[in-house]
Design a protein around this ligand. Structure first.
Ligand code: AMP
Length: 426
């Protein structure tokens, strides 16, 4: 224990599985209105990132959270925001959440409404691809929390629809993805126009040099919380690697979907065109399938996601960017239709299954040109997977089985590093 604050104490307890059962939302310092809401959501105990991030955030400190998808980070920042905004003036923009995609913005909005159901605060999401007017009306009617994608927010700011003078809290959610998607300039322009006296909560699954620079720009003296190495996939994931030639992947997938359990399935493709082609083929083979990617109109995307969420569509084929906002817990099977070139993308993808401690299968279809990319994934994860072959779908070149790797030891000790952030450069 380094500085003796409650935040540090809880962080310690959270990391120790022995204590995990004793940590409750109540002990994190949340008010009854929020405790009731999380209870109604069915959450019995906070997740590790909630244990670690909520106490320092409630103390008013800046927080950097590095956590994989599905770790409960949305509640980790929304609960402290709601609690802080309960006091003070209502109907003024006091908290802003920046998110990379429309889907994520919508998902955060839904969570804000769910966690804030006993709290009298208004939230709105503003993002591109839809008309501005309804958003303008909502902004002008007086809102407490705005959840926005950077480009559309700047549009509104440029037209004088946003008064950020009373802003107290800023969240950068999935900052790495925001930078990957080319929002760096927009985010910096937004930072320029916000009050410098504010609390900032910063979440990113990966911390690259660019993300680090942005964090240093956006944050003051902060608590850094890190949940899990970014090289680890959730523990309940069974990784299955099937070697097959590229042209035969479609038929193999159609066949496997017939024999695998009838679980909700998310298929990842690298390109939008790939998503359409795979969805089309699976549909022809009698599967109930939808495709989700940025090339489709918003209405079509909402409809596809809605049908997948409520179980009407079993299989969703999606690109990485489109899949970011998919908040569905019981995905039993994730299929990597192609091996991602960036090994961290593999971790993100398979993180969509086995969420919240459940079990899931991550199946990767690997053609010979993807062997190197797959070994990069294995290097990152510090473990290898055996290459399977399905009879009738043998590749022209049979893969060699990789040698076993000894995983690097997990870092021991507390994860809350009371690191001093660089002072704001303004
Ligand atoms: P997130 O990482 O914020 O996208 O959350 C992933 C999923 O975990 C969402 O479906 C949340 O509803 C769920 N979740 C968040 N916090 C908890 C909790 N403490 N207990 C159980 N589920 C949770």
């Amino acid at each position: 224990m380094t500085d003796g604050t409650d935040a540090t104490r809880y962080a310690y307890a959270c990391r120790e599985e022995l204590y995990l059962m004793e940590i409750s939302f109540q002990s994190l310092g949340l008010v009854p209105e929020l405790l009731r809401a999380v209870d109604q959501e069915g959450y019995t105990a906070p997740t590790p990132i909630q244990c670690e991030a909520i106490p320092p955030a409630l103390e008013g400190r800046d927080v950097v959270g590095s956590a994989q998808t599905g770790t409960g980070k949305t509640a980790a920042f929304l609960l402290p925001i709601l609690q802080r905004l309960m006091a003070g003036p209502h109907g003024k923009l006091r908290a802003l959440v920046l998110a990379p995609t429309r889907e994520l913005a919508e998902q955060v909005l839904n969570s804000a409404r769910a966690y804030g159901r006993h709290v009298d605060l208004k939230s709105v999401a503003v993002y591109g691809g839809v008309r501005m007017e309804p958003q303008t009306r909502a902004l002008k009617a007086g809102v407490d929390i705005v959840i926005a994608t950077p480009g559309r927010l700047l549009d509104h700011m440029g037209r004088g629809h946003v008064d950020a003078s009373a802003l107290e809290l800023l969240v950068l959610d999935e900052a790495d993805r925001m930078l990957d998607m080319g929002f760096s300039r927009d985010v910096h322009r937004i930072l320029d126009s916000l009050p410098s006296q504010r609390q900032t909560l910063f979440f990113s699954a990966t911390i690259s040099g660019d993300v680090d620079r942005l964090a240093r720009r956006a944050l003051k003296d902060y608590a850094a919380v890190e949940i899990g190495r970014r090289t680890e996939a959730a523990e309940g994931v069974e990784h299955v690697l099937v070697a097959v030639d590229k042209p035969r992947k479609r038929s193999l997938l159609a066949k496997l979907l017939k024999v695998l359990p009838d679980d909700r399935t998310l298929v990842f493709t690298r390109t939008k065109h790939g998503a359409d082609v795979v969805a089309h083929h699976l549909r022809r083979e009698g599967n109930d399938v939808a495709a989700l990617h940025g090339g489709k109109p918003q209405g079509v995307r909402d409809e596809a996601l809605g049908r997948f969420k409520n179980g009407k569509t079993r299989v969703l084929v999606a690109t990485d960017v489109a899949a970011r906002g998919i908040d569905v817990d019981d995905i039993g099977l994730v299929v990597n239709y192609d091996v991602p070139r960036d090994p961290e993308v593999y971790i993100h993808r398979v993180g969509r299954t086995a969420r919240a401690g459940a079990q899931g299968i991550a199946m990767t279809l690997m053609s010979p040109d993807e062997w190197t990319s797959m070994s990069d994934v294995e290097k990152l994860m510090g473990r290898t997977f055996s290459r399977e072959v399905v009879p009738g779908f043998e590749p022209a070149v049979m893969p060699m089985q990789p040698a076993e790797m000894t995983p690097a030891p997990r870092p021991q000790g507390p994860s809350l590093r009371p690191r001093r952030g660089a002072s704001r450069r303004r």
